[in-house]
Ligand binder design. Sequence first.
Ligand code: PLP
Length: 479
Amino acid sequence: MQTNLYEQLADELGAHIAARVFAPGDRLPSIRHLAQQKRLSVSTVLQALRLMEDRGLIEARPQAGYYVRHRARLLSVMTDAEHLKEPEYVGITSLLMRILKENEAPGMLQLGSAWPPDELLPIKRMQKTVAAVARREPALLARVSCFETNEPAFVRQIMRRALDWGRPDPAEIVVTSSCTEAISLCLRAVAKPGDTIAIESATYFVLLQLIESLGMKALEIPTHPKTGPSIDALELAFNAGLVQACLFVPNANNPLGCVMPEENKKRLAALLSQHDIPLIEDDIYRDLCFTAERPWPVKAYDTSGHVLLCSSFSKAITPASRVGYVVAGRWAQEVTLLKMVSSGATSQFFQAVLADFLAGSSYELQVRKMRRALAQRICRMSDAVAASFPHECSISEPQGGFVLWVQMPVQVDALALHREAIGEGVAFMPGQLFSASGKFSNCLRLNCGNPWSPAVESAITRLGALVHRAAATPAFRAA
Ligand SMILES: Cc1ncc(COP(=O)(O)O)c(C=O)c1O
């Protein structure tokens, strides 16, 4: 059968990939280069690349080109496909503290906490900005306001950065001392002890810890590893009167890396309004999403003020600034009051520093650089996991952020595995920390932010060997 030119090119490149001339994570030559080399038109090359994308061989990354995909088994089913469970009180704090302490022991190869890698952060630029602001406004080093939490220049930058999805009213914005503080204040503003908060399954352990510390319950909503929480399941929970508020990370959930499709966000916003239920939206990873377009937050579709959007620049500038914010919708007054009585105003100096940083073009360059590096590092890690772990393992396909979720065979207990891995000098986050009900005992989260190195590669090989051994030992359980 006659094949078209573009099919011939796709077959040829596919054969190179099979022969590992191009290995998983490698960038293919540019479209222009391929067109020149093969004496084909740009549109024929593009057609060939699209066909290869459809065949699952390569993926396009914004502003970076086409990359060879890893071939691990990808997670593709909803977590917890059965019925909604009962709301649960959360109890992960003591386990979390133990794991964090073990992970931070000296000499550990750090695949645990999801801090951004130092070398990707704009530290030099921040040094200059800190010095410039200190020279220009020395008074900010000597005071904080007793009644005004917001530095107007910083609020202007938050509004500017929101222009792609909307025009928040400055009166809705409350500056906080981190995204975590913003979420904590929002939980206190919208719910009370004993209330139930709908969360993604799996979700970031600090969100569970906040719910735990406030004496609230969590209801885990089945979550798809690519599209996020099931809106059908959430509607059932709303109809049954089970939920007083939601707390989601719709753009690049931690740990799954899923991004909720815009249609789901719209439907969610409408449901919130219809049932008069608030959503606390943790939007910290939106700027670090690898999707072709920067996704919008659910807040973009919120016409009734039911969404409280929380974020910070901890992931893309520096976690050391301890400045975050919330666009609090109809709860702005309550959140402002809670902020003042909880921790007083956030450092006006660091608000001014971030405002300066965000006012120029550095931030966009910075997030572009980070997205590109992180997407490559995730790809590399996925490839290494695929090569070292048992083939029954499935992995997430993160659309943003820098963590990878691995589902291992059911008999592998992530806590027991963690103990062994610590003995080998490798730190990761066991799956049990991401559930209110002890789910995900056979899962783990890996931080992919570190630059690829022989040490990281060897850590994944050693971890893979431990998983192989655990998978072959039915009695492998945490003591
Ligand atoms: C989903 C999510 N929200 C919030 C945070 C913490 O942000 P901050 O340092 O601003 O409190 C993290 C950090 O890992 C995170 O993954």
